[in-house]
Design a binder for this molecule. Structure first.
Ligand SMILES: Cc1cc2nc3c(=O)[nH]c(=O)nc-3n(C[C@H](O)[C@H](O)[C@H](O)COP(=O)(O)O)c2cc1C
Length: 193
């Protein structure tokens, strides 16, 4: 499997879901394979900062994060697609990000290097309803430290679209569909070490 795709928004058939689907369509057209997960299908308990992972590198909760940890720690290409809720990733997606804390602990508390992938490639797709200049700053920072936590470089590519609000706003925009498909194609073709 070449690409792990994570949809972090609660609206199952909304903009960020359609954006991810189009991106993966582009990537798959180049022969890349992808495994896709949506928080709409996952049960993920929020992190409670119990501190256990700082000692063991493992989370105390046994839930759907266990489906993701093996891929999160080994795959070299990850694309995230999210809407903005109050400028950041919605709570359901933020729970997933927070639960990568065991991987952060392994790197920074336990000094383990097994999840380090300096050649890892990340991509962020994000969508919001408004149009402020700094609209995507918080989500970009959040995702930057998600990538760092799992052992990827902190730099990643992104495509962020403003002024899309109704669930079908993205699918009515052929110009944006074309951009995302092309970005998916380029991502699919990229080589890792
Ligand atoms: C609780 C809530 C908070 C939101 N906060 C923001 C925000 O801070 N900035 C913004 O531009 N849009 C905000 N939106 C709008 C969504 O980001 C927007 O409608 C987006 O297209 C939804 O994507 P989806 O269809 O993938 O769910 C918010 C929507 C909700 C329900």
């Amino acid at each position: 499997m070449d690409i792990l795709a994570l949809h972090l928004s609660p609206r199952k058939n909304g903009n960020s879901a359609a954006m991810l689907e189009e991106f993966l369509k582009g990537a798959r057209s180049t022969g890349a394979s992808a495994e896709s997960y949506s928080v709409t299908d996952l049960k993920i308990h929020p992190c409670i900062e119990c501190g256990q992972c700082e000692k063991t590198g493992e989370c105390i909760f046994d839930d759907d994060m266990n489906k993701l940890y093996p891929t999160l720690t080994t795959t070299k290409k990850i694309v995230i697609s999210t809407s903005l809720f109050f400028y950041d990733v919605p709570a359901q997606g933020k729970a997933l990000i927070d639960r990568t804390q065991p991987l952060w602990s392994r790197r920074y508390s336990l000094k383990q290097t097994d999840t380090l992938r300096p050649d890892g490639l990340g991509f962020l797709l994000a969508v919001g309803a408004t149009k402020g200049q700094d609209l995507f700053l918080p989500v970009t920072l959040c995702v930057k430290y998600f990538f760092d936590s799992i052992g990827f470089p902190k730099e990643f590519e992104s495509l962020c679209f403003r002024q899309l609000e109704a669930a079908d706003d993205f699918v009515k925009r052929p110009d944006l569909i074309e951009q995302i498909f092309a970005a998916g194609q380029a991502f699919g073709k990229k080589q890792t070490a």
